[in-house]
Design a binder for this molecule. Structure first.
Ligand SMILES: Nc1ncnc2c1ncn2[C@@H]1O[C@H](COP(=O)(O)OP(=O)(O)O)[C@@H](O)[C@H]1O
Ligand SMILES: [Mg+2]
Length: 245
């Protein structure tokens, strides 16, 4: 496998009051360059924790995370569930913030922000503030911000779960289209089996307390995925049986 990121026996324990909670227990796996990889599991199965560890947001854990040598922190982007936009910055400035943080030259910032505004249908909101936008538009800004830096790895933590189902479906289509064009590695967390099946090349099924890796399921259904096909339903049943054995 052309590996971009490796987890080696990653374990993370939190103290909750007097007891210890093992959020992530002994997870080892490899993700391939250009892969669309989804961690699937119920609430509390350690999905956010594993994503934070892989992306470098969480620094205290046991085990090791190894990135391919050409990847550095600037090649990584994160899309959050709660959008996490800066309320006092315009849409334009929110999208550009990652480039500003990377000290990109002004013309490049203008070019990239313009590209993302266009791509996500946000041009007429460039001067608006996040509070003036719908949830779907806010998450478009969140995704545009992540993509503006041309990341090699994109982490997405339940990025569609705060949105209504129509908006979520539209954003899933956008993400797949972008992934098809430039093939970044996308590592996403979801608690929705159909969402995982629509998007992923492989799905890592996690269990709750401790957050263990139950199984990695490969999804070779041809894209775009026919969500009412018998093969799709069969994989869906298989994943249900793994998530709730
Ligand atoms: N900062 C924290 N402090 C204490 N416990 C935490 C913290 N973050 C997560 N946990 C615990 O770790 C477990 C996994 O959490 P999380 O990774 O958020 O799961 P998921 O994203 O799958 O819902 C949960 O039991 C949660 O209560
Ligand atoms: Mg979570």
């Amino acid at each position: 496998m052309d590996t971009i990121i490796t987890l080696d026996s990653v374990t993370k324990t939190f103290r909750e009051g007097r007891k210890l909670v093992t959020a992530v227990e002994n997870i080892s796996l490899e993700i391939a360059r250009g892969e669309f990889f989804v961690f699937l599991g119920p609430s509390g199965s350690g999905k956010s924790t594993i994503l934070r560890i892989m992306s470098g947001l969480e620094k205290s854990y046991h085990g090791a995370v190894r990135l391919a040598p050409e990847i550095d922190r600037n090649d990584i982007s994160f899309v959050f569930q709660q959008f996490a936009l800066w309320p006092w910055l315009t849409v334009y400035d929110n999208i550009g913030i990652g480039l500003v943080a990377r000290h990109a030259p002004a013309p490049l910032i203008r070019e990239r922000v313009g590209r993302e505004l266009e791509r996500f249908g946000l041009a007429k909101f460039a001067r608006s503030f996040p509070r003036e936008l719908s949830g779907g538009m806010r998450q478009r800004v969140g995704i545009a911000r992540a993509l503006a830096t041309d990341p090699k790895i994109i982490f997405m933590d339940e990025a569609f779960s705060e949105l209504d189902s129509f908006t979520a479906a539209a954003l899933r289509r956008d993400i797949l289209e972008i992934w098809n064009q430039t093939k970044p590695t996308i590592i996403m967390v979801s608690h929705l089996i159909p969402e995982a099946l629509e998007l992923a090349d492989r799905i890592a099924v996690l269990t709750v307390h401790p957050g263990r890796l139950e199984k990695i399921v490969r999804n070779t259904l041809p894209r775009p995925r026919a969500k009412r096909s018998k093969e799709f339903f069969a994989l869906e049943d298989h994943l249900y049986s793994l998530v709730s054995p």
